[in-house]
Design a protein. Structure first.
Length: 73
């Protein structure tokens, strides 16, 4: 058994796509885990840009601050 936390909005959006694909959330998680085993890594790139350094990061104070950085209301 796997338990994971995510937002309701992300869960709903992902499950809508999975339903269109004819795949259950459990099947999708099993496919993801199988790809990790087969590739011996996460099955998509998780890399920093070549010149990416922590001093370029913005420290987000709270949700309101994040929304303003992203230009969301």
């Amino acid at each position: 058994m796997i338990r994971a936390r995510t937002t309701k909005k992300l869960k709903k959006a992902a499950e809508k796509i999975l339903e269109q694909l004819g795949v259950t959330p459990s099947q999708a998680i099993n496919m993801f885990y199988m790809q990790i085993v087969l590739e011996k890594s996460i099955p998509f790139p998780i890399d920093l840009e070549k010149d990416d350094t922590p001093d370029q990061y913005i420290k987000v104070k709270d949700t309101k601050h994040l929304r303003s950085i992203l230009g969301l209301r």
